[in-house]
Write a protein that binds this ligand. Structure first.
Ligand code: UDX
Length: 440
């Protein structure tokens, strides 16, 4: 296809990535946001979110004239051939997705959408949303297409431009194919289907990933109790092509802006049609239990009681490469530590400012000063390069609880400290070093 005229509503990490990447594929894109100050910054190429490659793509789009930013949706959609909805769909009451932002946009643009223009859902929306949008629009000349994103924060641009697959669903198959064709320059298989199936692909995929992680975290716990090493266990599992090597790293629990809300939403959706998705509910429970186990491990590392213990935390973001604190397991763990009376000092290379229940510092060595234990909660590479001998000197205690199995246990041990990972023998007990554990 040649160049299409596209409006993208919402300039969060999904919307902005979608807009900038579609412009880079040659389409004419207008991005819309309700936040006028943000639009003004974007219009001069200033990107607030930490997303590698995004600022460059936005600048290029602005200079080629293929990308522009405006405040009002009505003007932006007036001559569009496709309108992407990239507004937030947060977790609402009872765990179901809150669609108010989507509904507000539809309400705003319904009467100005040109005939034949496709309305395309990009943010994760519950199964049945395409139908709901059709009902709200009340127009038979506007096809509604589900085209879920599979973008990970921190690699969104590269995920968009090198996708594993493009999924498009609509009852109007011509409209679905038109949307699939927007991506023809990307070499990826497309699944063109009905709207409900496309909507469900996104939930089914994200919930599968969440279950995989809960499973790995539970197996890591089993490793500790049985004296096995999760690094070897996941290496052995990962070579099985049916399982795959990715998403097999244990951690303090899965978090972020997607997996927690999507798992709750799918449990709700299932319930609404009379199905008890107990498998998924168990994965959610396991994720809560994982945080409890991490806190118990930290308590054990400081002699059993957290009250008055000084805990130095490395990492607050829900994963490395982002400054996103939404549903970050690190925040749940630090809140639990504080609730047990621990004094928490935390450092994250991408997070500053004030946070409740802790002192946030801007130097990793400050968290170590007089700490009874150090806890790694986000897998930032720079933590691997810290000077552990110096840390051993300035610490009060000697435990390093590495909930991401990130650090080199030998380096910690050589500094005279005790390394405690997840599902791995303590440093000093016949630890096998497997490269896989680090790449995983
Ligand atoms: C996720 C999906 O991957 C993406 O397809 C979807 O569009 C949005 O949600 P994201 O939220 O950016 O992306 O995070 P992701 O990289 O998937 O990680 C999710 C959570 O799992 C994080 O808390 C991460 O630390 C954790 N994780 C991931 C592990 O604990 N171990 C792993 O091996 C992988």
């Amino acid at each position: 296809m040649g160049s299409a005229r596209i409006a993208v509503i919402g300039t969060g990490y999904v919307g902005l990535t979608t807009g900038a990447c579609l412009a880079s594929l040659g389409h004419q894109v207008t991005c819309v946001d309700v936040d006028a100050a943000k639009v003004a910054r974007l219009a001069v190429g200033q990107v607030d979110i930490l997303e590698p490659g995004l600022e460059e793509l936005v600048s290029r789009g602005l200079s080629t004239g293929r990308l522009s930013f405006v405040v009002g949706s009505r003007d932006a959609v007036a001559d569009a051939e496709g309108v992407f909805l990239c507004v937030p769909t947060p977790m609402g009451a009872g765990g179901a997705a809150d669609l108010r932002a989507v509904e507000a946009v539809i309400d705003e643009v319904a009467d100005v959408l040109p005939a034949g223009c496709s309305v395309i859902t990009k943010s994760t929306v519950p199964v049945g949303t395409a139908q709901r949008i059709r009902d709200l629009l009340g127009r038979t000349d506007i096809p509604v297409v589900a085209n879920p994103e599979f973008l990970r924060e921190g690699t969104a641009v590269s995920d968009f431009l090198n996708p594993d697959r493009i999924v498009v669903g609509a009852d109007d198959q011509d409209a679905a194919r038109w949307v699939a064709d927007l991506y023809t320059d990307l070499s990826a298989p497309s699944v063109v289907t009905d709207a409900a199936s496309a909507e469900l692909v996104k939930y089914a995929a994200n919930c599968f990933l969440a279950m995989k992680l809960s499973y790995v975290n539970a197996v890591a716990e089993l490793c500790e109790r049985l004296g096995a090493d999760i690094a070897s266990v996941t290496e052995g599992m990962g070579y099985d092509r049916r399982i795959g090597r990715s998403f097999l790293k244990p951690g303090p629990g899965w978090g972020g802006s997607c997996l927690p809300k999507d798992t709750h939403a799918l449990v709700q959706v299932a319930e609404s049609v009379g199905f008890d998705f107990s498998l998924l509910s168990a994965a959610i429970q396991e994720n809560i239990a994982q945080r409890d186990r991490i806190v118990a491990k930290i308590a054990g590392a400081v002699g059993g009681t957290l009250a008055g213990a000084r805990i130095g935390v490395l990492g607050l973001a829900f994963k490395a490469g982002t400054n996103d604190l939404r549903d970050s397991p690190a925040l749940s763990v630090t809140a639990m530590l504080a609730a047990h009376g621990a004094e928490v000092t935390a450092y994250d290379p991408a997070v500053g400012g004030e946070l409740p229940g802790m002192r946030v510092v801007d130097d990793p060595y400050q968290v170590a000063k007089a700490a009874d234990a150090i806890v790694v909660l986000t897998e930032w590479d720079e933590f691997r390069k810290l000077d552990w001998a110096y840390i051993a000197d300035i610490m009060h205690g000697d435990s390093v609880v590495d909930t991401r199995n990130l650090l080199d246990p030998t380096a910690i041990m050589d500094a005279g400290l005790c390394w405690l990972g997840l599902g791995r023998p303590r440093a000093g007990q016949s630890l096998q070093s497997t490269g896989f554990a680090r790449q995983g």
